[in-house]
Design a protein around this ligand. Sequence first.
Ligand SMILES: [Ca+2]
Ligand SMILES: [Ca+2]
Length: 385
Amino acid sequence: MRTPVLGCLVVAALLAACTGESRPSTPGPSGAPTGAGTPSAGQPFVVTPVATLDQPWSMTFLPDGRALVAERPGRLLLVDVVQGSTTAVEGVPEVVDAGQGGLHDVILAPDTGGEPTAYLSWVEAGEGVTGGVVGRARLDVTGTPTLRGLEVIWRQTPKTSGDGHFSLRLAVDPTGEHLFVTSGERQKMQPAQDLTNTLGTIVRLTPDGGAAPDNPYAARGGVSAQIWSHGHRNPLGIAFDAQGRLWADEMGPRGGDEVNLIERGANYGWPLASNGSHYSGQDIPDHVAGDGFAAPAVWWNPSISPAGLMIYDGTAFPQWRGDAFLGALSGQALIRVDLDGTSAAKGDQWSMGARIREVEQGPDGAIWVLEDGEGGRLLRLDPAA
Ligand SMILES: [Ca+2]
Ligand SMILES: [Ca+2]
């Protein structure tokens, strides 16, 4: 059921398949795909498939109710979520479409009433190496949807080999003054403890992509000045709660998936502390009080492989206001985490019969999810009657 351990030990080429998002799926109790308009046993929502996509990775809503969906191979789509129709957005950058890399997140800058500003993240090539970047562009949706004036404002440092653990989730804080980017450790592990690079970190940037001046390591200069937190492995979800606290989920190794409350200057321990173990079976010390590392608020063993993260503040599901929702890849589930101030606890885990890449709240409070992979569907979740 889990990744074969020996293969990971002896075949370097399999590393990507053994250490990250491509963990084998573990079907939930029901196993079967969820049909249109009918809740599975125990599901408090009805599921309506709206569109079928190609390896969708992220989505966000426009003020007019349409949505942007990024497909990992490098397409950005404007989606009419009522009709289910999609239109390709022009002006999308060339991306490295390999392994876990491609076009990653898309979000909008806070609405100022004018033409929307979009932030995108993707993987670009160097000479024999790759790295994540963030770009900013104006989004013109008056005619053919088009990104205009796209400029790269941030680069993951350094570029390196391999095609895993880019992360590259984006979030703007409630003040609108800071852009947070999750930057995975590229399956290199130790860089997550090295403050002279941005692998294995969450960075906090100005809207122009520079280091925020009051960051914890600002005095060190260079890319160290960008770092907000470190000791991360592959954080694939990030979201602010209504009180402005930042939460992120990340994939552990063999077990040890985490939801973390992200705090200024904290070290989340990878690869020195994890409630999971290496794929070889070699132990990693668990998080314990006093070890100097921030312990996860919630963790899973065995793995569920957390991806997109959303914190709910709608009215359609009033019982869940303030709670976190994450998509589980190998867990093939939508997971609810009870948030209460700075503490968190496991809530529900609903089998969806597919790897879930992304979770988003719609303008009317419905919950939207994207299935992962080829033929991944956009699903709308409404309260069961
Ligand atoms: Ca999103
Ligand atoms: Ca451990």
